[in-house]
Design a protein around this ligand. Sequence first.
Ligand code: AMP
Length: 220
Amino acid sequence: MRLILLGPPGSGKGTQAKLLCSRNHLVHIATGDILRRAIEENTPAGARARPFMEAGKLVPDELVNGVIAERFASADRPTRFVMDGYPRSLVQADTFDALLDRHHLCLAAVVLLTVDDEEIVRRVAGRWVCPRCQTPYHVESNPPRVPGVYDLDGVRLEQRPDDRAETVRARLEVYRNNTAGLARHYRDKGLLREVFASGDIEGVYQRILEVLRGQAGSSC
Ligand code: AMP
């Protein structure tokens, strides 16, 4: 199956993408994670992306499209995947459509997670991630076994710099400005499925499966 997950920062998009991938043997492609890794590794793409990310702004389309094109150009290109955080603009959506066409790949669905703003702020403020693999935790809804420590290897969890309250507000604004157009783009293609993403992680996951049930016989 090939999916795109859309949703505001703090909608649980990353958590749901990871669940979908681990339970259905799909590859998780998260541009935010790829860009954060590029910053950590001090690559030219990372250096260009950094100021945009720290300000909560979108990284230029051409840079992100390049990162994705590279991912799909490799011999081990993913054929069954969940896109998490890409595309994020209409230019990116058009570029991705063309890339999928070139590789003769179709999309099963585009899942739009919806959450109200107050819940988003509460969620993001309590989010801590493993600095190495980006596994997310939440102090209330998904706490690690030992506070502040990654369950698997004891690494200290960190709060992402772009999860600061003022940056989250900027990111929500950016999200709103872009999502309406993106949602329309995929609705017109008959691919958009909306899922109310409040509540516990498993409940949201089950609602995603519910809207994907119609795709069960599809080869996409
Ligand atoms: P995320 O982890 O998906 O919330 O992304 C974190 C940050 O990375 C965003 O606020 C953007 O600055 C940047 N970013 C990630 N994906 C994209 C994208 N598809 N287009 C532009 N910027 C992106």
